[in-house]
Ligand binder design. Structure first.
Ligand SMILES: Nc1nc2c(c(=O)[nH]1)N(C=O)[C@@H](CNc1ccc(C(=O)N[C@@H](CCC(=O)O)C(=O)O)cc1)CN2
Ligand SMILES: Nc1nc2c(ncn2[C@@H]2O[C@H](COP(=O)(O)OP(=O)(O)OP(=O)(O)O)[C@@H](O)[C@H]2O)c(=O)[nH]1
Ligand SMILES: [K+]
Ligand SMILES: [Mg+2]
Length: 460
């Protein structure tokens, strides 16, 4: 065997806490030799003879040299994170001590764990399915309430449960239809086609709901990039500062103040917006540094999830309309920010620009209506629907598999509509089952597992 499955029988060890920081450092050991190795190092009592889920204080010694005074936690197979015997040794957080203890453990027959290898074992031993295991990595990476909540729910099996039901029902039908093939001479129907049709359309609905949750899932997991775009002196940097509530970017009345892009993260209601202040764009310039800046701004605009197109309300209407037309043509998501309403009056500003869609009137300098803009930004990315209670797909791999499963379901439906023969119908059902199984890991291959678990941190 190759890759991660090679060495699956080894006993593995790794630091479970970040190296070099913290009062305590935890080393985790998993596998058949975990207890025996600990027995050789721990002097207070025989760990292998203690009940599972107990804690023990004592000295660790190797060749009569004291390594540290530690706390040992014991999880006996199968009642552990990995399903194997697991020992956790909490040492004093010195890098030197931790390295010494790890070396002692490996000298007694364990090897260093690869990234994600503890969680991979949990998966291989049936403690978690693949979607749950992937959610563990998302949980560790989560940095907002929304991303934590989505990952925790998936890790605890919410998403998997939603798929399991569909899978089991389809499996039943596949088995019945395949049975018909054995009796092909006799023209029998074991699988009730009407019931199958009902199941397939219900499954299609729930899978399509999951598919459409991905847009929100992506926003929750990866945040939203927001390019602040506009002419020199439109007030882009002033707006960045107002949104952040701090003087991050230099503001001045000199056009061309911002030369390079400035990026800052803003958390609005649990969603991370990566704000990008850019150099002002204008049609003609002879300054090469400025034109390089404009180039960069246009690039940021093209790749942003959302564009805040800001302009001075006393500016020429025609030019704004042209920019809006261009953004629409490029299919960009944008909000028009009519700035400096303090310079005129709001009624006049609305008279000039109110015919444009997705527009908001503000005075960035005074922070006027910037809170409303924040609400508008979250509404724009969430499209009004915050599905907090249902399952949210945040993983691109799951999303693609769900799309394939949905296509297979449509094929099954079409097959039923056209009285497709049992063998072909069975193939379509099997294809759908295959894609559902890829998500939760009933269907895997080693490369896929290697890829998924290699993205984890060491010790997880
Ligand atoms: N010290 C420590 N803290 C930790 C973990 C860990 O492994 N060790 N975790 C690691 O991610 C998370 C908690 N997750 C865990 C999940 C399952 C089991 C476990 O031992 N499960 C067994 C026993 C259950 C029981 O008897 O109640 C099982 O499922 O059979 C442990 C931790 C976060 N905190
Ligand atoms: N009256 C008024 N002035 C504003 C407002 N917002 C920004 N300004 C002024 O407009 C000028 C330009 O502001 P900046 O934020 O530097 O504009 P910018 O778009 O970042 O400009 P560049 O980086 O040069 O492209 C400054 O003098 C700001 O004080 C506003 O709401 N009202
Ligand atoms: K400026
Ligand atoms: Mg600026």
């Amino acid at each position: 065997m190759q890759g991660q499955l090679a060495g699956w029988d080894d006993t593995i060890a790794a630091l479970a806490t970040p190296p070099g920081i913290g009062a305590i450092g935890v080393i985790r050991i998993s596998g058949k030799k975990a207890l025996a190795i600990t027995d050789k190092l721990f002097t207070a009592k025989k760990i292998s003879e203690q009940p599972s889920h107990t804690l023990h204080v004592g000295l660790l010694k190797l060749n009569d040299i004291v390594l540290d005074e530690v706390v040992v936690a014991l999880f006996k197979s199968p009642r552990s994170y990995t399903g194997e015997d697991v020992i956790e040794i909490s040492c004093h957080g010195s890098n030197y001590i931790l390295q010494q203890v790890l070396q002692a453990i490996t000298s007694l027959g364990a090897r260093p764990a690869k990234p994600g290898e503890f969680t991979q074992r949990a998966f291989l031993n049936g403690k978690l399915d693949l979607a749950q295991a992937e959610a563990v990595a998302d949980l560790i990476a989560s940095n907002t309430e929304a991303s934590k909540k989505a990952a925790l729910s998936s890790m605890r099996g919410g998403f998997s449960e939603a798929l399991k039901n569909v899978r089991e029902q389809l499996l039943k039908f596949a088995a019945l239809i395949e049975l018909e093939l054995d009796f092909s001479q006799e023209d029998v129907e074991f699988a009730d086609r009407t019931a199958l049709y009902k199941l397939v359309s219900e499954a299609g609905l729930s899978i399509n709901k999951l598919i459409s949750s991905f847009q929100l899932g992506n926003v929750i997991k990866n945040g939203v990039s927001v390019a602040i775009i506009g002419k020199p002196n439109a007030g882009k940097s002033t707006l960045l500062n107002a949104l952040l509530n701090e003087n991050r970017a230099i503001v001045s009345d000199i056009p061309g103040t911002t030369r390079d892009t400035i990026e800052e993260v803003l958390n609005i209601d649990g969603i991370l917006f990566r704000l990008i202040d850019t150099a002002g764009i204008r049609l003609h310039t002879s300054d090469i540094i400025e034109s390089a800046g404009i180039e960069r701004s246009l690039e940021k605009m093209k790749h942003a999830d959302l564009v805040l197109f800001i302009f001075d309300v006393t500016d020429d209407k025609k030019e704004i309309e042209k920019r809006v037309h261009d953004m629409k043509a490029e299919g960009l998501h944008y909000i028009l920010v009519a700035n400096k309403i303090d310079k005129t009056n709001e009624i006049e500003a609305r008279r000039q620009f109110g015919h444009l869609e997705k527009i908001i009137f503000i005075a960035a300098k005074e922070g006027k209506h910037t809170e409303t803009l924040k609400e508008y930004m979250t509404d724009t990315v969430l499209h009004g629907k915050v599905q907090t209670e249902s399952n949210i797909v945040t993983n691109a791999r799951h999303y693609h598999a769900l799309k394939e499963a949905a296509t297979s379901l449509e094929e099954i439906q079409a097959g039923l509509d056209n009285n497709l023969e049992s063998d072909l119908l069975a193939l379509d059902i099997r294809r759908c089952l295959h894609y559902l199984g890829e998500i939760t890991g009933q269907v895997t291959n080693e490369d896929m597992l290697d890829y998924i678990f290699s993205k984890f941190c060491i010790g997880k």
